[in-house]
Design a protein. Structure first.
Ligand code: HSE
Length: 296
């Protein structure tokens, strides 16, 4: 029996489009058993629809590892307990891919972490969620179409991530249709400068720079029309004392980095201001370990 504990993630962080991500203390739990034949998947928890086995993302990820290793079990029983809300911009698809790949690799142990990362990125198409999901912490990743080059920093418990998400879903595919094919040199330079400032602010724990560093011109302005209360929620976050706020992944979750010691007063103020609106609100700590696998 193999058990995998796989975390949620939050990507982009404003200017770090398709590159930056944070690993959160919220997890899906997966149990994998080899059987004498067939594939059985039992799912429990958040927002998952039953779909044919061959379209199940976690199973597809396992199969990609079996194909890569040239080995395959006779049969499988997979149990998934999902706590990560799906299609909300909290890395649920990255968690399926990494959870499946790490679980499958634990059966044969042939691939190294960087091989898994590249295989997962090819399946997800961008590394911003899969890297922190596998490695933990705050990660910056570059993908050349074949391999991922990344840098990881551990995060302290003096900061936490507040998230607000509606009950409605938004797939990354749909959210990407709003993006322009070309952007101006000026906007590209703006994001390069803000990304650099963001990395420096996090590395140096200069959290007061985050409000400026999390500004973006490559995706948030275009996606705003799909996220109705985005500006209002950013304003609420700011008034409640957030260091900086951004659209988590492709949305619809809106995230803010906050001082952990202000967690209670921050929650109270945000919940009061959101009252009457149909939003979910939560605060998570960060996870510096990433995906954890055990063979029992
Ligand atoms: N970076 C992706 C996007 C989403 O903004 O479309 C998360 O992988």
């Amino acid at each position: 029996m193999i058990r995998v504990k796989v975390p949620a993630t939050s990507a982009n962080l404003g200017p770090g489009f398709d590159s930056m991500g944070l690993c959160l203390g919220l997890y899906n739990e997966i149990e994998i058993e080899e059987t004498e034949g067939g594939v059985e998947i039992v799912q429990d928890g958040f927002n998952y629809k039953n779909c044919p086995i061959e379209r199940n993302l976690l199973y597809k990820a396992m199969k990609a590892v079996f194909d890569e290793c040239g080995k395959s079990p006779k049969g499988l029983k997979i149990k998934i307990e999902s706590n990560i809300p799906a299609t909300r911009g909290l890395g649920s698809s990255a968690a399926c891919i990494i959870g499946g790949m790490v679980g499958a690799n634990a059966m044969y142990g042939l691939l190294g972490p960087n091989d898994i990362l590249s295989l997962a990125t090819k399946m997800e198409r961008h590394p911003d969620n899969v890297t922190p999901c596998l490695m933990g912490g705050f990660t910056v990743s570059c993908f050349d179409g074949e391999r991922v080059t990344y840098s990881k920093m551990n995060l302290g418990d003096e900061i936490s991530l507040a998230v607000i998400y509606p009950d409605s879903k938004l797939s990354t595919g749909k959210a990407r249709t709003t993006l322009p094919y070309k952007v101006s040199h000026r906007d590209a330079a703006y994001n390069a400068a803000h990304s650099a400032l963001l990395v420096s602010a996090i590395a140096g724990k200069k959290y007061n720079l985050l409000a400026e560093a999390m500004k973006d011109k490559l995706h948030q302005p275009y996606r705003m029309k799909m996220i109705p209360d985005m500006e209002e929620i950013f304003k609420i976050y700011k008034e409640a004392g957030a260091y900086g706020a951004y659209l988590s992944g492709s949305g619809p979750t809106l995230a803010a980095i906050i001082p952990t010691k202000e967690k209670e007063s921050f929650s109270k103020e945000v919940c009061e201001k959101l009252s009457g609106k149909n939003y979910n609100f939560d605060i998570f700590g960060f996870d510096n370990m990433g995906t954890y696998v055990r063979k029992l």
